[in-house]
Design a binder for this molecule. Structure first.
Ligand SMILES: Cc1ncc(COP(=O)(O)O)c(C=O)c1O
Length: 411
């Protein structure tokens, strides 16, 4: 009952969401529905946290992947901080109850108002990605500011990450330190981000030495933020990221520096992908020669990651009337030419009202959904300890017009 968006990964398992629970959830909260398993999430958090043995290490969940407050609270309660890519992430983090000092921002291109907002919110750590942003921080902080956040710079290491617009080249660090000093600031950290969905543990381990070498240019170096980007396998045939070997290589090399650096690690996808499932009902079935075309009540606007990034997600039919499997395209409820939730899937013969479960959608799923195609977004539910509850209400059509102005009175 396994399905691939591309043919790249073969079918492997019969993993399925419990059919009775799926029906219960859909009856109560409607379809389509994002469902998160809190127990699975806690287990992933424990596994990642337990991989590292270093007193100054702190994991910060990258909420770019999923900004649901109920899930953010699970990370907070497990002792993680929050990683913010944008001021919106900070806002969500504060609303979820993270202390400002437990929030690490590493983003790009804040305007003056946003920089001020970061300071008003008292965000604990700001990793900036250009000398211009550092200058802006100095200006906004002004003279006589009682406390400054911890300030770091994101590294741009073309030899490691390839060409990227984000970050500061190590040759700029001495100038950055000087400029910061003139503004009464100290640059105490370096931040590194290898790029998302890297399943290769070796690729991470190989980059450690270059990052540490760059950081050594900071006279007041106190912390290293090694970013996120750690992959999630999605298919049981693919290797999982090896947290233990990565953590042991990282802490080993940091200890060898002989300076007490704090360590920040910002996993997003690796922590949260696996706890999320998108449940959807089949609404229409037709056949094109031997191929089954299953139309469902969701679309790639509800889970943009498939259409935007491609890739593989398991799709299981929760009720199976026969052992036969048919090549099936799972199609969304729009005429958008890329509205496929899965292509070339191997599924049983389906009927309207059957339920399909799209697995591992906890990261970049709801967070990247949109109103493209003008379908309101699904609800989200959390299952844990044998119970379930709604954690985000389904949108209705009013979201399509509520910010629109037809006359002066609407402003
Ligand atoms: C700076 C930074 N940290 C962490 C993340 C999370 O990445 P991932 O979900 O690949 O772990 C991102 C994603 O954009 C990021 O830009």
């Amino acid at each position: 009952m396994n399905a691939a968006l591309t043919d790249e990964f073969p079918a492997t398992s019969e993993a399925a969401f419990p059919a009775r629970l799926a029906r219960e959830l859909l009856d109560e909260y409607g379809s389509p529905l994002y469902v998160y398993d809190g127990d699975v999430l806690r287990a992933a958090i424990r596994r990642i946290t337990g991989s590292i043995d270093y007193p100054g290490a702190r994991f910060c969940f990258a909420s770019v992947t999923n900004g649901n407050l109920a899930l953010l609270r699970i990370f907070r309660d497990q002792g993680w901080g929050l990683h913010a890519n944008t001021p919106g992430d900070v806002y969500l983090g504060l609303r979820a109850g993270f202390k400002p000092e437990d929030i690490v921002y590493s983003g790009s291109n804040l305007n003056r108002e946003e920089m001020k907002q970061m300071l008003e919110w008292k965000v604990g750590t700001l990793n900036l990605d250009s000398l211009a942003q550092l200058k802006l921080l100095g200006e906004v902080l002004g003279v006589g500011q009682a406390s400054s956040p911890r300030v770091g710079l994101r590294l741009n290491l073309p030899g490691v990450t390839g060409e990227t617009r984000i970050g500061v080249n190590p040759v700029e660090l001495p100038e950055a330190v000087r400029n910061a000093g003139d503004a009464g600031l100290k640059v105490t950290g370096v931040h590194f981000y290898r790029g998302t969905a890297t399943n290769s543990t070796t690729a991470y381990v190989d980059s450690i030495a270059t990052v540490l070498q760059a950081g050594a240019a900071l006279p007041d170096w106190k912390y290293l933020d090694f970013g996120g980007g750690f992959g999630y396998p999605y298919s049981k045939d693919r290797p999982a990221f090896d947290w233990r070997s990565f953590a042991s290589a990282l802490t080993g090399q940091v200890r060898a520096l002989g300076r007490p650096l704090d360590l920040i690690i910002e996993p997003g996808r690796a922590a949260i992908a696996g706890c999320g499932t998108l449940l959807t009902r089949v609404v229409s079935v037709k056949w094109q020669a031997e191929k089954q075309i299953a139309g469902v009540d969701t679309s790639v606007a509800n889970i943009a990651v498939l259409s935007v990034h491609g890739g593989y997600r398991e799709i299981n039919a929760l009720e199976s009337r026969s052992v036969e499997r048919y090549v099936t395209d799972v199609c969304g409820n729009t005429t958008f030419s890329r509205d496929y939730l899965g292509r070339g899937c191997r599924l049983p013969a389906l009927q309207p009202d059957d339920v399909l479960a799209i697995s591992d959608v906890g990261a970049y799923g709801y967070a990247m959904s949109s109103h493209f195609l003008h379908r309101p977004r699904p609800a989200e539910a959390l299952v844990e300890n044998g119970t379930h509850r709604l954690i985000r209400r389904r949108e209705d059509y009013s979201v399509l017009t509520e910010r629109q102005c037809l006359s002066e009175d609407d402003k």
